[in-house]
Ligand binder design. Sequence first.
Ligand code: GLV
Length: 324
Amino acid sequence: MPFRVFVTRPIPAEAIDRLIRAGCEVEVGPADRALSREELRRAVRDRDAVVCQLADRMDADILRAGRPRCRVFANCAAGFENFDLDAARSLGLWITNSPDALTETTADLAWALTLAAARRLGEGEREVRACRWSGWTFEGFLGQDVHGKTLGIIGFGRIGRGVARRAAGFAMRVIYVNRSEVAPDRRHGASPVPLDELLAVSDFISIHAPLTPQTRHLIDAAALRRMKPTVVLVNTARGAIIDEAALVEALRTGVIAAAGLDVYEHEPRLSPGLAELENVVLLPHIGSATLATRIGIAVGAVENVLAVLAGQRPPNPVVEPAPG
Ligand code: GLV
C-alpha cells in the first residue's frame, strides 16, 4: 500500500514530484484558503505523513487526530513555534523543520532592511510615488552611513553569521551575542560581547535569535533606552523578541532613530501607531521569499518525510519519538 501524505497548502511542484516519484499518494489542501480546524483534523487522519507550514497551528488536538497512523509532521520553515512540541513528544511523533535553504536569503533581506532603514528608502519611495517630491535638495532625505560603522548581531547562528560575512563588504566592525560559544573559525571577524555592551555601542543592531522564553521581549523599553539615539534596529527573526509597543514609543519619541521589520509581535497585526511612523520600514515576513529558496525549503521538508517513511532518521529532527 502506498504511503499517504497530506500537504496542508500548495508547495512547489519540485517537492510534490519528489513524493510522487517515491511512490507516495499525495493530497494537497486547497490553494485559496487555509483549512478550518475541523477540516485539518479530518485531513490529517489516516495519513502516514503531513507536510505543513508556520501558519498551520499544530496543537495537541490536530497532532492527536493524525495518530496512530501518522509518523511525521514536517514543517516547511526553519521555525516550529506552530507546534505543541510536548504533545508531539507524548504522541511519539517526529516533528521536523527545514532550516538549511533559507540562511543566505534571509541574511540578504536583513541587509536590504538595514540599508532601507538607514537611507530612508521607504519614506523616499512613498514621496516619489505620491508625486509629492519637488526635486533634489542638498539636505533632503539625509540618512545614515552604513559603511565603517559598528554592527551588533543578536543571535550568531547560521543567519547571523551570514549577515556578519556580508558586513565585511561594508568595512564594518561586527560584534555579537550568542547563547553558546561560537568557534573562532565561525566568527568571520566578529567579536563576542555582553548584551549591554552591544546595545550601547552598536550603530546597527540586527536580530537573528530564535524566539524562546529567554528572548521574548529581550528588546524592551529599557533595552531600547540603552541604545544610541542614532541606532537602526533590524528584525528578521521573530516579532515578539521586541516589545513592539515599546518600539513604537521609542521610534515616535526619538529614543532610537529607525527600524526595519520583517516580523511582528502579533503577526499579521501591527501594534497601534507602527504603520503611521515614517522612520520604520515594514515588510510582510518575506525573509525566505525567493522562488529558489522556497523550493529548497519545501524539498527539505519532503526529504524529512521520506527519511522517516523509509525508517531512517530525518535530516532535521525537532522532536523525535522515544526509543523502543
Ligand atoms: C520563517 O520565518 C521560517 O521560520 O522559516
